[in-house]
Design a protein around this ligand. Structure first.
Ligand SMILES: [Zn+2]
Length: 272
């Protein structure tokens, strides 16, 4: 089964430091590969205690989109787990150069534990496992070196708009995806003190890209579960694209996504 597991939905400092939401990142199962994105503080514990359990020793690739704590706090712990403490080097580690060299969020000794390291770059493309291609189309505007990503496998393309201030290049960079995941940290974006997207920005992305399903995640304190769900529902009804707010622990079956909506079509009763 192709799936997406939310080991966490927390975004930014306070949701993470209070663990109001979990900060374990997300885990994709695609093309037989397990790909863990952005394991923040507590990620290893969330994986081991999730049901069904995510076995860290079976992770094939660890992708860090940037070096902020909520995206990388448990990165060394995950590398040790996926490589049996370095005794069985395996897997791929993909991250921006500044997250591995300037400020190594995977401790330097542990960077040698993976079989392959990939540096993320704007326009970069890496095959993480046979037939599973990772692309980082755009350098985001987020203060440190940051990339969102697209994953393509078996005719399915997913896109994840990671933390950023709004950029006019975003809709094109993530165009054509079946599933669009948007880090929606704030109720409203476009405040340069935070360099995060708001629900208003997420709506602009959903309305332009029109994926089969859009999922909001990486919420800050302004978007507790009920408000996040209300924001997602408002986007669904205004754009006609089924839009959902992710919940901690949620496992989404990627083989059962809704069909692509037609322009102007309202989200039907089957949309969640
Ligand atoms: Zn960040």
């Amino acid at each position: 089964m192709r799936s997406l597991k939310f080991l966490g939905t927390a975004g930014a400092r306070f949701a993470v430091s209070t663990q109001t939401r979990h900060s374990g990142g997300v885990v994709w199962r695609l093309g037989g590969a397990t790909i863990w994105i952005d394991p923040g503080p507590g990620a290893l514990v969330r994986a081991l205690s999730s049901r069904p359990k995510i076995d860290p020793s079976r992770v094939d690739a660890l992708v860090l989109t940037h070096r902020h704590l909520d995206h990388s706090g448990d990165a060394t712990a995950v590398v040790e787990a996926m490589s049996r403490g370095g005794f069985a080097p395996r897997g791929t580690l993909a991250a921006p150069r500044d997250a591995l060299e300037t400020e190594p969020v995977v401790f330097r000794y542990a960077q040698a534990f993976v079989a392959r390291k990939c540096l993320l770059t704007e326009g970069g493309r890496h095959e993480l496992a046979p037939g599973v291609v990772l692309e980082t189309p755009l350098a985001h505007d987020h203060g440190v070196e940051t990339y969102g990503y697209r994953l393509a496998v078996d005719g399915l393309t997913v896109g994840h708009v990671i933390d950023t201030y709004w950029m006019d290049a975003l809709p094109d960079a993530y165009a054509g995806v079946d599933l669009l995941l948007v880090n929606t940290t704030r109720a409203r974006g476009r405040d340069r003190r935070y360099l995060h997207l708001g629900a208003d920005d997420a709506e602009a992305l959903v309305a332009t890209i029109r994926p089969r399903i859009a999922i909001l995640t990486h919420f800050g304190m302004q978007l507790p579960p009920q408000k996040a769900q209300a924001a997602a529902q408002a986007i669904s009804s205004r754009t006609g694209v089924p839009t959902v707010a992710a919940r901690d622990g949620w496992l989404l079956d990627l083989d059962r996504l809704p069909e692509r909506p037609r322009p102007g079509e309202a989200a039907g009763p089957g949309a969640r």
